[in-house]
Ligand binder design. Structure first.
Ligand SMILES: Cc1cc2nc3c(=O)[nH]c(=O)nc-3n(C[C@H](O)[C@H](O)[C@H](O)COP(=O)(O)OP(=O)(O)OC[C@H]3O[C@@H](n4cnc5c(N)ncnc54)[C@H](O)[C@@H]3O)c2cc1C
Length: 463
């Protein structure tokens, strides 16, 4: 059933979905399959949200979300329904580490700086795993020690554990990749919640058997593009939602151009972006506090293409870690051994985003030369993307939530506001923070709202 939209007349549907990322598109897909009329309203000029494709040396690459684990069954099912296929993340050979001005190579996920450092990493990881096991993944704020864990930052906890520099450097990389901030900027409880949601420290960090195991040949945004194509004119782009008002009969969603009426709304925007919508009646204080304090972290990515993945011939995997400079981690995302060779690098926005495109390119190349040698200075193509600089709905990959904000505001993540239900990866229990969580929350919200619509329809007396 398609939405009823006639020129000049207000659209009227069963459910309006705000945001066309994986949560919004999955909610719409599920609602349509249940026979409900739906309209997805997206502020950007594209679908996919934090999934975005770019092109480097003629190869499509993921500027945002990239990897899936074998356990990410919801996004995998969605992708295979629209004909998208995975390829393994290349990880053969030794990894490179640039730390304290020295280059080393190592095998496996954890850098082997020295036997002492290795023991320290195992010690800290064990302590972290113990805490992770105590977290209630669906309601972290109800975990046994929630108050105590939310009162310190991840960085303070590392200090208290007397983590050695190498351990600290690895945890800083984890923090920058997961929450787009340093360990000192994120609450320990928030970090533990996301690690638990990601299946534990090992599953979060590993390529083989972990979250970095596979990526999509067609790119992840292409999955969203194809789902949107199937939804057709039910998806409206370049239409930021400014206001959602509601009464006993339904909701009215206001954009700059029109009003859309619906029985229910599903809002899938990231928590911080809820603050960009004016709700009438206003959100309760806890929900307002959530939108204000769950600010988005920021992360940037750069892709550097060479004629061939030359590092492979030197026995290197293309996986590199550094403790200084803009680039802090690299991966080989070449289509195959014949070329082009493509390194995907994660960059720290604080020492990257403020520079000109030429300066950013030069910063990245300098570091790739340190890691992979002089051949890295002569790429055939370069592309970068700064998520913190996006005009609409900036930030990512995930919220960087500081101390106290999880216990104080966390319960408002999923609590419906009357006829407004929430979805989006932040609202997931298991798999919060990744595409899989987004899909699951969209489907969950769709089922709840469809059930509510059905209940109300039955209450209408038949004349
Ligand atoms: C650099 C980076 C790397 C990542 N890597 C991975 C990875 O490897 N694997 C993985 O699984 N995940 C990864 N992620 C996370 C993943 O992208 C997200 O978990 C997922 O895409 C979130 O989907 P969502 O639908 O919940 O939210 P979003 O994708 O953020 O969608 C919300 C949508 O709402 C729209 N919106 C906001 N406000 C309004 C408004 N007022 N009106 C209308 N529309 C609005 C936004 O424009 C957006 O399109 C990464 C993210 C980033 C940024």
């Amino acid at each position: 059933m398609s939405s009823s939209r006639k020129a000049g007349s207000p659209a009227s549907v069963d459910v309006v979905v705000v945001g066309a990322g994986f949560a919004g598109l999955s909610a719409a897909e599920r609602l349509v399959s249940m026979g409900r009329s739906v309209l997805v309203v997206e502020g950007r000029d594209r679908v996919g949200g934090r999934s975005l494709s770019g092109e480097v040396a003629g190869v499509r690459v993921d500027l945002g979300a990239t990897w899936v684990s074998r356990r990410h069954t919801a996004i995998r099912d969605l992708a295979s329904r629209v004909g998208c296929t995975t390829t393994g993340q290349f990880s053969q050979g030794r990894n490179v580490l640039w730390m304290a001005g020295r280059r080393r190579t190592y095998q496996g996920t954890i850098p082997t700086v020295s036997p002492v450092a290795l023991v320290d990493m195992a010690r800290v990881q064990l302590a972290l795993n113990k805490l992770v096991a105590s977290i209630d993944v669906d309601a972290a704020w109800h975990s046994p020690e929630a108050g105590r864990l939310d009162a310190v930052s991840f960085g303070e906890w590392l200090d208290r554990k007397n983590a050695l520099p190498a351990t600290r450097a690895l945890m800083t990389v984890v923090s920058k990749v997961q929450w787009g901030c340093s360990p000192g900027d994120v609450s320990l409880l928030h970090a533990l919640r996301y690690i638990r949601a990601a299946g534990g420290v090992d599953h979060m960090l590993d390529v083989e058997g972990g979250q970095q195991q596979e990526r999509y040949v067609e790119t992840t945004q292409e999955i969203a593009n194809r789902v949107a194509e199937q939804l057709g004119d039910r998806v409206v782009l370049e239409t930021p939602v400014r206001r959602i008002s509601q009464d006993d009969n339904g909701v009215t969603v206001r954009t700059d151009a029109e009003e859309i009426t619906a029985k229910y709304a599903i809002v899938t925007v990231a928590t911080a972006h809820r603050a960009g919508i004016d709700f009438d009646p206003a959100l309760p204080a806890q929900a307002e506090g959530l939108a204000k304090t769950w600010r988005m972290g920021v992360l940037s990515k750069a892709f550097v293409a060479y004629d061939k993945p030359f590092w492979r011939a030197n026995g290197l995997s293309g996986e590199g870690l550094t403790d200084t400079g803009a680039v802090f981690i690299t991966f080989d995302v070449s289509p195959d051994a014949s070329g082009p060779g493509i390194l995907m690098t994660f960059c720290d926005p604080r020492v990257f985003d403020g520079f000109s495109p030429e300066q950013r390119r030069s910063l990245v190349l300098q570091q790739l030369v340190q890691l992979y040698g002089t051949r890295a200075s002569a790429p055939v193509d370069y592309l970068d993307h700064c998520w913190g600089e996006e005009q609409f709905a900036p930030g990512g990959p995930n919220p960087a939530v500081g101390p106290y904000a999880t216990t104080t505001y966390g319960p408002a993540l999923t609590e419906p506001h009357g006829r407004v239900h929430w979805a989006g990866t932040e609202t997931a229990g298991e798999w919060a923070g990744c595409m899989n969580g987004a899909v699951l929350t969209g489907q969950r919200a769709a089922e709840r709202v469809a059930a509510a619509v059905a209940r109300e329809s039955r209450e209408v007396p038949v004349r």
